[in-house]
Design a protein around this ligand. Sequence first.
Ligand SMILES: *Cc1c(COP(=O)(O)O)cnc(C)c1O
Length: 377
Amino acid sequence: MGFSTIAIHAGNEPDIATGAVSVPIYQTSTYAQDGLGRHKGYEYARTQNPTRSALEKNIAALEGARFGYAFASGMAATDAVLKLVRSGDHVILGDNTYGGTFRLFNKVLSNYGIEFDLVDTTEATNLEQAFKPNTKMVFVETPTNPVMSVTDLQAVSEIAHQRGVRVVCDNTFMSPYLQRPIDFGVDIVVHSTTKYLNGHSDSVGGFVALNDEKDAEWIQFIQNSVGAILSPFDSFLVLRGTKTLAVRMEAHDKNGRQVASFLAEHPKIQKVYYPGLVSHPQHELAKRQQKGFGGMVAFETGSLDNAKKVLESVKLCILGESLGGVESLISHPATMTHASVPIEKREQLGITDGLVRISVGIEDVEDIISDLDQALG
Ligand SMILES: *Cc1c(COP(=O)(O)O)cnc(C)c1O
């Protein structure tokens, strides 16, 4: 079956009790049991909820995974995955992951004896030197936020698997419509469903998709034991969101390409970061690994002053954190999403004070471009 068919039907069977075509919001904390030890598979809503189960089936199917678990946020999902490693284990972390992911390693997991090293995984061979006898996981994000560096998922998976190490990919920027990491050998996919999967800037959530049965059992155990579950209402919203994922991603991709081309030709802009541009250093890899280039574009204005002018002059694009919604959002990574990344690291990655990031929405592209044009003027 094709992607859109799966998106609309997987997990979305008509309700058994009423025939409701949309999976109802099962807003309940507990379930009546038929007798001692006899129930319908639902005992308590932290452990099982039908709306959440429907979403879990749906996104797992979209990622080509056997198992899927929905969490209260992308960070809760990432944290659950990191509970596959223990004190004394070592993790190789891509050096340009989402700021909150770095913060989780640097400020939280480090207190629990989990070692990590940052590695530029855009050269897969850089990984070779980074393995230690206690390395248990490689965690990457591609394309990265906000400079859109691309990591070769197949090459990274091969190198890690030779050493029996699992690979995790944060697939938030692409969504399963544009990139399916498991097809390239990745073991575990994590998402912030807050972004493209939900797609309407009205829910915070996270997801873990994977094939390994033992790891899946542990993730489910963590989901229930720690309890950072996605609520029934948020599960409903994301399930509604994924039904249109294909058409939305096509539109984000189309608009993203046009906005990137416009910016690349603008005399006031020094540099544009977008894997769809032929000038992008990993354009060929992106073409191979992704079905499109998506709606995330970053550009260099040269200074904090210039960035500030653009960010405060836009009228249609909304100044704000987050991404992946139908509306165009514009942000300043250095002071917003990446404020928790040390300044030296930011500079090394190209996250300068003049860098501006746009999550290109699905409005009419002429309107987005004319808004940017007036703001740059
Ligand atoms: C937003 C984001 C996260 C964190 O997700 P939350 O839902 O905000 O907790 C993780 N990774 C990436 C790439 C993100 O954009």
